[in-house]
Design a protein around this ligand. Structure first.
Ligand code: PNS
Length: 170
């Protein structure tokens, strides 16, 4: 019997979260109304190089959701489905933004399901105001001294300002 059948419906919300944005936070807050538990998983994307360490990324998320029931934070540097199998979860939660996300998400969902039929990916549409928010653009704009206030949680914003202060970020 999987953990889900014993202890409620668990979703794993994987991503690079480099760093977590308010768009991700919105997905987690809405997701926890559907699932009993969400494991926010800082996972390894071999196609991206990261600005923040895995520990830093996890800590941002832990601080944001500290005391919120049902939200756990973990990291994993292997295959996503192996993490799900080991944790007993069978649902992957992902956010879907503009149309440009669709093909990438579709490929990953089908590849994950090809490996084990028990695993389903569930998508939540991004909140309207986060439709074009991405960690990549946030780092780019912050790095060039632009304002990303309101697009990332306060702890992330503060860290970005510190990181780029020597380069003249506003
Ligand atoms: O936030 P991202 O970078 O779009 O998230 C992508 C992520 C980390 C979920 C994806 O790269 C992933 O699942 N990585 C773990 C390794 C894996 O299982 N790769 C095969 C995916 S089909």
């Amino acid at each position: 019997m999987t953990r889900e059948k014993v202890g409620g419906k668990i979703a794993v919300y994987p991503g690079s979260f480099d760093p977590i944005t308010n768009g991700h936070v919105d997905i987690i807050k809405r997701g926890i109304r559907i699932f009993d538990e969400i494991i926010v998983l800082v996972a390894f994307n071999p196609n991206k190089s990261s600005m923040f360490t895995v520990d830093e990324r996890c800590q941002f998320i832990r601080d944001i959701f500290s005391g919120v029931e049902g939200i756990k934070v973990d990291s994993h540097d292997g295959l996503l489905i192996d993490y799900l199998i080991d944790s007993g979860a069978t649902t992957i939660l992902r956010g879907m933004r503009a149309l440009s996300d669709f093909e990438y998400e579709f490929q990953m969902a089908l590849m994950n399901r090809r490996q084990t039929k028990d695993i389903e990916t569930v998508f939540l549409m991004s909140g309207f105001q986060w439709f074009y928010t991405s960690s990549k653009l946030i780092k780019e704009v912050a790095g060039l001294g632009g304002s990303v206030e309101g697009l990332v949680p306060d702890n992330v914003h503060q860290k970005l300002l510190e990181k780029y202060s020597s380069k003249g970020a506003r």
